[in-house]
Design a protein around this ligand. Structure first.
Ligand SMILES: [Zn+2]
Length: 352
């Protein structure tokens, strides 16, 4: 989320670079003044003044002349560079392990897909209260606990960062999120007309473990077992690593799932073919989930049989991202309401 104040400088420089690169082709006799503008020449002349203003707005290691060599998507490139600089400086001077882990998680694939979604239908729309709570989580703002909330219904203290409320199993929050995401993945498979079954029982010969979905992949001729889960980078056993390494919580969960299902023999006499579809609470996807959606997108075609994998990927990435953020917000709201009620307060529920 960038301020207009910052974006306007980048837009200004990009507009100048685009215009200046075109002008010599249209007006040959302007070549000399244009060269002056694209070099930093502090002076009181009008050309010098414009040049000076432009160069103040440029990144330290760039000149307008460099940027004019390739003006394609210049504003986007400058914005990316600016964002990278901000993230690097924040990670170099972290406020806390939680802050670093949150920033690293937010850099990952899919983490911001809900912000790009146009709310054209209920599926892609968050209610104002849901949006506020999801945004608080993303920005690292404290939860609105009011003055009476101190303990969760499980008896433990509630932290103002929302970690306990999101991850505590008391009240069913994590299960609800898990079920919702399973349902969205099922709809995704349905769109490709992949035969699949949710919550199949007695899959494995020697254990009661069960994947969330079994799907038949006609292209490989194999069943795929999908295990869906949500990991939090602030969990005690991963926080230190998540503060130093991008996607550590999702990677750890993928590894745990691989170990869990790795030695299992299923009822068809084969070892498990399980894929862990992991999300981090802040929205980042695990690499296996990214790869799985890529793989599915290759099978997607439009009504005329033309490949539309890119649209397919964007659509489902947004669906899953919105679903996760809606779950986060509603789990927080539901639990905040329950904690407030247990304290006999009239504090309003913010997601209504
Ligand atoms: Zn609790």
């Amino acid at each position: 989320m960038t301020s207009i104040e910052t974006t306007c400088h980048i837009a200004f420089v990009s507009s100048w670079a685009h215009s200046l690169s075109r002008l010599p082709h249209l007006f040959g006799d302007l070549t000399s003044p244009i060269k002056n503008i694209s070099c930093p020449i502090p002076s009181c002349t009008s050309v010098g003044s414009i040049s000076h203003q432009l160069h103040l707005a440029l990144p330290e290691d760039k000149s307008l002349a460099d940027l004019m060599c390739n003006t394609k998507k210049l504003q986007q490139k400058l914005n990316l560079q600016r964002t990278d600089n901000i993230v690097s400086s924040i990670l170099a001077n972290p406020q806390s392990k939680r802050s670093s882990a949150r920033f690293r998680s937010l850099q990952g694939t899919g983490a911001g897909a809900w912000l790009d979604s146009i709310p054209q239908s209920a599926k892609f729309a968050l209610k104002p209260g849901e949006f506020r709570l999801a945004t608080r989580l993303r920005l690292g703002c404290e939860m609105p606990l009011g003055s009476v909330v101190s303990t969760c219904e499980c008896g433990k203290d509630v932290d103002r960062d929302g970690y306990h409320l999101l991850t505590c199993k008391s009240g069913g929050g994590p299960v609800w999120t898990h079920e919702t995401l399973s349902s969205v993945w099922s709809s995704c498979l349905q769109q490709l007309k992949m035969t699949h079954q949710r919550e199949p029982r007695n899959c494995y010969i020697n254990s009661n473990d069960r994947p969330d979905i079994i799907a038949f992949d006609a292209q490989s001729g194999c069943d795929i077992e999908l295990d869906i889960s949500v990991a939090h980078p602030w969990a005690q056993q991963i926080l230190s690593q998540a503060a130093l390494e991008d996607g550590a919580a999702a990677s750890k969960r993928e590894l745990e799932k691989a170990q869990k299902y790795g030695g299992e023999w299923n009822m068809w006499g084969r070892t498990s073919n399980c894929i862990a579809l992991v999300f981090e609470h802040f929205g980042r996807w695990g690499q296996d989930a990214v790869d799985f959606l890529n793989r599915l997108s290759h099978q997607s075609t439009d009504e005329d049989g033309r490949s539309n994998g890119r649209e397919f990927k964007t659509y489902w990435r947004r669906c899953l991202s919105i679903a996760l953020q809606r779950c986060n917000a509603n789990v927080l709201c539901k639990k905040l309401g329950r904690v407030v009620r247990s304290k006999d307060s009239t504090e309003p529920c913010l997601a209504n």
